[in-house]
Design a protein around this ligand. Sequence first.
Ligand code: AMP
Length: 396
Amino acid sequence: MKILVINAGSSSLKYQLLDMTSKDDLASGIVERIGEDMGTMTYKTDGKEVFEKPFPTHKEAMVEVINILTDADKGVVKDKAEIAAIGHRVVHGGETFTEPAEVDAKVIEGIKANIPLAPLHNPGNLTGIETAMELFPGVRQVAVFDTAFHQTMEPKVFTYGIPYEMYEKFGIRRYGFHGTSHKFVARETAKLLGKPLEECNIVTVHLGNGGSLAAVKNGKCYDTSMGMTPLAGIIMGTRCGDIDPAIVGVLAEKLGTDVAGVEKVLTNDSGLKGICGSNDLRDIHARIEEGDKQAELALDMACHKVRQFIGSYCFELGKVDCIVFTAGIGENDPEYRARTLSGLESFGISVNNDKNWNWDRTPSFISDDDSAVKVAIIATNEELEIANDTVAVLGL
Ligand code: AMP
């Protein structure tokens, strides 16, 4: 059975076709700069292929994806009818969606109703769904929400200390994101621990260009570092993470801009990039090697913040079975992992130097055998999780 996973942004369309028997990635790619004069299609066949052409709307982009998937020479399916179902990533499900949902008129209305909570993301996700419905008539579609896994948080955890009617009227509260990744990694960690997920307390540490942590209590999300938007929490590639909210007003005044202008600074020019000019850890490490103090500060700050969150989540959970790292930085940066968890032996957290520096890319522990709290690395696979959810929701 083949499942197509779609992640549509406002000007991009990412796809992956998965074989659900082998769990193999059969084909994947991304169309970028949809709606601009010239767009780019990047996709994988034997190697990486890239070509440019205009994609006026998501429809032209998706037609191109279908053409590539069904190409007589290099395609992986003979006919698009081989695709059993389509799973869509949707960023914000608000309080409406606590689970993935099969797309119907009501679900589309629900995604639309949550646009005010994610004005930059949900409209693109919706366009992806509507385009897929048009081009794959009769194929069942499932929406998988980034926020859904976190809907088990209690009011004391998700409510902000602002007038309560702001929550009641506008839905302002913590929602959390990367839920698909946190859920996938938590479940894989439980397998590694050899216990049912419902009996596991886990701190999931998703560190990519964007990043967030979740405290998972008895298999369910108890707390997470992102907030109403993905701007909150740890210091990310270009996003500031948690800051004093009064800074927004101060910056608007100092920069002579409006709130939207400040938000742009906090979203695109902050985080690691804002501190040292680079948001890629590979560059940052190379610069630290050369004695670059600003790069050192950026790495120090980022690790400090992640360490703070891990510490607070360990206290919130009381007892922790495992701290698990995932995503671009979490999987690839032993130095980052070592810094965030160094010197915590008295709390029962003991990272094994050898295992940390020589992780073999299989889901495994990198802690010492006698570490009371295990530490693991598990590569995340959000596309596979969306495909799994799609199969589960449709009962295929
Ligand atoms: P993601 O958003 O999960 O794709 O993660 C992307 C980020 O992972 C990049 O911005 C880098 O900072 C980081 N990254 C990727 N590869 C490496 C590597 N080999 N070593 C350190 N960091 C890496």
